[in-house]
Ligand binder design. Structure first.
Ligand code: FAD
Length: 487
């Protein structure tokens, strides 16, 4: 009988993959063969609004993975589930057809995915003698395990961060890597002919790029494969991390790693990333050496924390805000404002620059994500879930945990003009993305309608702000206060 590893869209690598390694060990011990599988569900992509860039990134990574595994005589079969609801039946059918005795996979923490695994667990118990092991792999510290003095899981970032640093210092083995899978005997090609010959699907029609030019540009920006991801990390560590703390919030400097897509699809393992970072830090713990290292790892800890929050407040993965009272806010039905926000034509240069970056690169700098989100949900008072969805439909690094936490509604409202003056002091980021304003000097660029004469402003071909900042911020505060009080 055979041992199966089921790849999901969050562990697409053979290097340091806990589930895959456990499957390989099992196969070796039981003198059986290792086979692998990926369940392609186009309707899941529709459901989540997965962007063309991310859909393509997943398929390109699968292609590389399939080639690497085949060099070890390990097949990677691509099975298509036509319906979101028939995934576990498809898996069971595959298990039966291929005489599988053990299934391994890496855990996903969102509600639908947990339910799917529970359903599979029930099916293997009721209908077969197959075993199922789902391992923690996405984070260095297992979500839910860092607890407060009273025993509940941490819900506040600062104490979680402190506990995370202590935990990883005390248990250095949390960063130990596992080896890639061992090769199957060479004679399996015939036995698994059908699996070897299954091909990587084409992008579904609704997930095609708008043009060949866009496809080429985004493929170059986001090269696939573990090697490409680790190379990007090396470049960041060697050339950028030292200045990360000082410049991470200045989008014109491009001082961040751009590793998020590789983290979220599991193209690189978080253990491998942190082990390499520690090595770069001269073996010192993350908060002890380079200040850039400490600041960067703090962001990674946010990623781990958000997975802990997902399991504490699972409703956040089901279109509900963490603070359920925000579900009672009466949002504006501002169709024109929504269109302007999507196109980067709100009349607020910093916001528009961010939106044009996401529309071009399938990525947006974190400082801009915060600003465009605040502008949509507070100044425009448009339902933040539309923005969340827009990010899913455009980002290459979309991740439900990070995205829902980033969009979580709150009373904090960013002033995009003062934010731009602070984080883009020379206006270079705005100039890059909003070429209509490229000729403006000094402070004109941050709020051109205020600083230029009516005549000069209208010559720019750039819109007036869709809403007045001060009035709209006031409106949002009042609306939130009133609707939350009535909730
Ligand atoms: P770096 O600054 O180099 O940070 C290193 C790594 O830490 C990142 O690669 C990422 O894995 C993690 N990280 C950094 N910032 C955060 C953060 N605020 N929360 C959680 N993890 C973080 N991140 C996503 O990965 N996917 C999303 O869909 C996503 N949506 C967001 C939506 C909003 C409204 C906001 C405010 C933030 C969102 N983020 C999201 C978080 C953050 O903006 C990105 O992770 C970051 O910009 C990625 O760029 P980088 O890899 O250069 O980050």
């Amino acid at each position: 009988r055979n041992v199966l590893h089921w790849f999901r869209s969050k562990d697409l690598r053979q290097e340091d993959n806990r589930g895959l390694h456990a499957a390989s060990q099992k196969a070796k011990k039981s003198k059986s063969n290792l086979i692998t599988m990926y369940l392609f569900t186009p309707k899941d992509m529709e459901w989540h609004g997965t962007s063309p860039a991310r859909s393509d990134f997943i398929l390109r990574n699968l292609r590389i993975l399939k080639e690497q595994l085949e060099q070890k005589n390990i097949p990677l079969a691509i099975i298509t589930a036509e319906e979101r609801g028939n995934k576990t039946e498809k898996v069971m059918q595959f298990v039966k057809e291929n005489d599988v005795s053990h299934i391994y996979a890496d855990m996903e923490y969102e509600v639908d995915e947990l339910r799917r695994d529970i359903d599979l667990g029930k099916k293997v118990l009721d209908e077969s003698d197959v075993s199922l092991d789902v391992l923690h792999d996405q984070t260095v510290v297992i979500p839910g395990t860092l607890t407060t003095g009273s025993g509940g899981p941490h819900k506040v970032f600062t104490p979680y961060h402190k506990a995370w640093l202590a935990e990883t210092k005390q248990n250095a083995e949390l960063l130990d890597l596992v080896p890639p899978p061992e090769a199957n005997d060479t004679d399996v090609a015939k036995q698994f002919e059908k699996l070897f010959s299954s091909s990587i699907p084409e992008l579904p029609e609704s997930k095609q790029y708008a043009s060949k030019e866009e496809q080429d540009r985004l493929r170059e920006l986001w090269p696939a494969g573990n090697d490409a991801g680790m190379k990007r990390l090396d470049h960041f560590l060697n050339d950028k991390i030292e200045d990360y703390k000082a410049h991470r919030s200045e989008p014109a400097k491009d001082a961040t790693s751009r590793m998020s897509a590789y983290h979220n699809s599991g193209i690189v393992s978080m253990r491998a990333v942190l082990a390499k970072t520690k090595q770069f830090n001269g073996g010192k713990h993350f908060d002890e050496g380079d200040v850039g290292v400490a600041a960067w790892v703090r962001e990674i800890v946010f990623r781990e924390f958000y997975r802990q929050l997902t399991i504490i407040t699972p409703h956040t993965t089901m279109n509900l805000p963490q603070n359920l009272k925000f579900d009672f806010v009466q949002w504006e039905d501002d169709v024109d404002g929504w269109k302007k926000w999507c196109e980067g034509r709100t009349g607020v240069p910093f916001v528009d620059a961010g939106m044009r970056q996401i529309n071009t690169e399938a990525y947006m700098h974190n400082r801009l994500r915060m600003n465009v989100a605040s502008y949509l949900r507070a100044n425009m008072l448009i339902d933040y879930r539309l923005g969340e969805r827009y990010f899913a439909e455009h980002l290459v690094d979309w991740d439900l945990n990070n995205n829902t936490q980033g969009w979580e509604p709150s009373y904090t409202i960013f002033n995009p003009v003062t934010q731009a003056q602070k984080c883009d002091p020379h206006g270079d980021y705005i100039r890059k993305w909003v070429p209509e304003l490229a000729g403006l000097k000094g402070k004109e660029i941050f709020a051109p309608h205020e600083r230029l004469s009516k005549e000069d402003f209208e010559k720019l071909g750039y819109p007036y702000p869709h809403v007045d900042y001060a009035q709209s911020a006031q409106r949002a505060k009042q609306r939130y206060k009133q609707d939350l009080a009535n909730a």
